[in-house]
Ligand binder design. Sequence first.
Ligand code: ARG
Length: 460
Amino acid sequence: MAQLWGGRFTKETDQLVYNFNASISFDQKFYREDMEGSMAHVKMLAATGILTEDERDQILKGLEGILADVESGVLPITSEYEDIHSFVEANLIDRIGDAGKKLHTGRSRNDQVALDMKLFTRKEIVALKELVKELILVLHNLMKEHTDTYMPGFTHLQKAQPITLAHHLGAYMEMFKRDYGRLDDIFERMNYCPIGSGALAGTTYPLDRNMTAQLLGFKGPTLNSMDSVSDRDYVIELLSAMSTIMMHLSRFSEEIIIWNSNEYQFVELDDAYSTGSSIMPQKKNPDIAELVRGKTGRVYGALMQILTTMKGIPLAYNKDMQEDKEMTFDAIDTVKGCLALFTGMVKTMTVNKDKMESSAKNGFTNATDAADYLVNHGVPFRDAHGIVGQLVLYCIDKNISLDDMSLEEYKKISPVFEEDIYDAISLQTCVEKRTTIGAPGKVAMENVIALNEDWISKLN
Ligand code: ARG
C-alpha cells in the first residue's frame, strides 16, 4: 500500500478498504495528463518564487524520466499505489529525493484530479470531433453521388413520398453537423483551468493561476475554487453529446439493417463489414450496425450513472466523484470505436439504385402529387385527397400503380384528369419539383451540398 497520507493514523488501512478506495486501476489512463499538469504547476511555482529554479529543473527532469519510462514500458504502473497521483509522486521522490517532496506545494489531489480529467476529456473531444468529421466527409461524398438516386421516403415505416438517397443521407448530415457543434461548444465551455484551487478554498501561496492556465492551453483559470474541484458538468455534457451521437448512429444503423435486408436490398454491406453464421451458410449479417445500435445503451448508461452520482453531492469534493471515470472512459472508447467502424461500413457499402427506384415507384409514393395535380386544377385539397384515396383503392384492387391506370379509368373517378397527369406523377417530377430549401429536388439538394461544402471547409 503506497499512499500519500497516514500521518494522523495509528492503524494500517484494512486491505479491503484500500482496494475499495484505490483508483489506480483506471486513473492510470491519464498518467500523461497528470504529469503534464505537474510540469506546468512546477514551472509556475518556480516563476512565483515558491520553488527555486534548481528545484524546478530537478522535478521537471524527474517527471520527464518517469513519463519516458512509463511510455516505454520500463516502469509499469502497478496497484501498489493508491492512484496515479501517488504513483507519480512516489516515483519522483524515489528518483530525485527531497525536491520531489515539494511538487505538491499549493495543490491538492482535488484540483489535481479535476485538472487531469479535464485535460484528458479535452483531448478526447478533439479526437471525437475528428471522427465525426470523417463521417461527415463520407456522407458529403455520398450525397454528391446520389442526387439522382430515387428512393421512397417513409413515415411509420410505410412508403410516403419519393426522395433521393442524397436527401435521406442529408438528414443524417444535419444531425452529425449538430453533433460536431455540440462537441465544439463543450470544449469552449469547459476550457478553464482548475489547478490552483487547492482542496476547496484556494491556497495562501502566491500562485499565478493565469500562468498555469496558459501553459496548459486553457482560456483562463476557473473563477471559484469550490466549483473548480466539484464541477463535473463537462463530463455530463460530454456524455450527453456522446449519447446523442450514439442515438444518431443507432437510428442510421437500424435503417442500414433494414436496407441491407433480403426484403429491401437497397444496399449491400461490404464483405469486410459483414459477418457469417456458424450454422446457416447463406447468411451475411450486419453485425457492425447491430453492435453500434446495441452499444448505444452502454453510453446512455454512463450518462445516467454520472447524473445520478452527482445529484446529491454537497460542495465541495467528495469521493463519490471518483466514479466519474470508469464509465466515462468506457463510453469514450465505445463512441470512438462505433464512429470509426460505422464510417468504414457506410463508405464501403454498395447502393442498389435500381432496387431503390423500383421501390419508390411502387407503394403510391406519388399519391400526394396526384392530389396536388387536382388542386392545381381548382379542386379543393380535401376533395382531392378523397378522390386520390379512391384511385388508390382502385389500384390496390387491380394490383397496379397510379402510373398504370388509363386516362379513361382516371376520368371515371374524376373528369378533371387529363393526359398530363402522367407527367405530373412521374417519379422524376415528384422529386424534382420539390425545390424549396431543404427539399429533395436536385436544385435544392445542390444548394445544400454547396452550403455543406462551405461548412466543411471552415472546420478547424
Ligand atoms: N482518486 C481521486 C478521484 O478520482 C482523487 C482525488 C482524491 N481526493 C481526496 N480528497 N481523496 O477523485
